[in-house]
Design a protein around this ligand. Structure first.
Ligand code: GAR
Length: 196
């Protein structure tokens, strides 16, 4: 089966959704969960599920992204993943690193791309008065939050929504979308998934 490495920076709820989907006849299995901080809550959740973990702390590299990524790349290559899933990984990756894994690296972003690349997506969707919001899984290409769309899930913005209430509803959809996209992608099918 295909080997999947998952990169994260935070609590790892998307990693859990991905890992729990990779059972039975699923064409992939998790081979590594890697974080850029030992404080990332997702590390314990991965270890509790028997998934190998690694940490490459970005801070000692003091902004030298290529040096950070050289170590990151070594750790990844040691796990020989076929697919890399970015799941709340909050480091911008350079063109060189992206090129190394292009066509095999996916990202989930909490907006309906091409709207709201970057941070604070929920705040920005609310401030714009949008009727709907959501999340996108896409192939990673050198431009930030760009690349072929592999799936999108929509969420209706309700009166009284705050960034927090909206983020929580989007996150529920992320947990459905990312596993659905990964299952297709791991089977070699790049047609996009649209939810609900
Ligand atoms: C998710 O909402 C994900 O879409 C977002 O971070 C959160 C991680 O949550 N990613 C980005 O903002 C990428 N720039 P999780 O750690 O619980 O999966």
């Amino acid at each position: 089966s295909k080997r999947v490495a998952i990169l994260l920076s935070g609590g790892g709820s998307n990693m859990v959704a991905l890992a729990e989907s990779m059972t039975g006849d699923h064409p992939a299995r998790p081979c590594l969960v890697l974080a850029n901080s030992e404080r990332a809550g997702g590390l314990q959740k991965a270890a509790a599920r028997g998934i190998p973990t690694a940490v490459v702390d970005h801070r000692p590299f003091r902004g030298d992204r290529p040096a950070f990524e050289a170590v990151l790349n070594d750790r990844l290559e040691a796990a020989s993943p076929d697919i890399i899933c970015l799941a709340g990984f909050m480091r911008v990756l350079t063109e060189g690193f992206v090129a190394r894994w292009q066509g095999r690296m996916l990202n989930i972003h909490p907006s309906l791309l091409p709207k709201y690349r970057g941070l604070e997506t929920h705040v920005r969707a609310l401030a714009a008065g949008d009727a709907e919001h959501g999340c996108t899984v896409h192939e990673v290409t050198p431009a930030l939050d760009d690349g072929p769309i592999l799936g999108q899930a929509r969420v209706t913005i309700e009166p009284g929504d705050t960034a927090e209430t909206l983020a929580a509803r989007v996150l529920i959809m992320e947990h459905r979308l990312y596993p659905a996209v990964l299952r297709r992608f791991a089977a070699g099918d790049r047609r996009p998934v649209f939810l609900p």
